[in-house]
Design a protein around this ligand. Structure first.
Ligand SMILES: [Zn+2]
Length: 125
């Protein structure tokens, strides 16, 4: 009986369709029961490590997680506004960031409204 080490169990990757050996497949980062090829795994990880959120005021918040440096870079409307240390779960950190960010925005809007009221009152004297 001959035994080939080339491919024990050729399996098409469900994501990209490339046929790889089942033993070379790795778990899907998001779906534990699925297997994907290594290049898909890396691509999914990269996708997981970035995202886009819209705040309560319509600002675009783009974030990217750099796992090697354990940093989370957050941009508002294309401008880098914060770099957070983040050991894992960038999604949780970005959620926490959005809570603070939305509150800060609300305060800025409130302060602007107050300043407007004050200047209008001052003008009446
Ligand atoms: Zn694949």
């Amino acid at each position: 009986m001959s035994y080939s080490f080339e491919m024990d169990m050729p399996t098409p990757c469900p994501r990209c369709g490339v046929v790889v050996d089942l033993h070379d497949m790795v778990s899907h980062p998001n779906e534990f029961k699925s297997l994907v090829c290594e290049s898909c795994h890396d691509a999914i990880e990269a996708e997981n490590n970035q995202g886009l959120a819209i705040d309560s005021y319509g600002n675009k918040i783009a974030w990217e997680y750099l796992p090697d440096e354990e940093l989370l870079e957050i941009c508002a409307n294309g401008e880098l506004i914060a770099t957070w240390l983040c050991e894992d779960e960038p999604e949780d950190s970005i959620k926490a960031f959005m809570v603070i960010w939305n509150k800060a925005q609300a305060m800025v809007v409130w302060n602007k409204a107050q300043a407007l009221v004050t200047s209008e009152q001052g003008g009446d004297i």
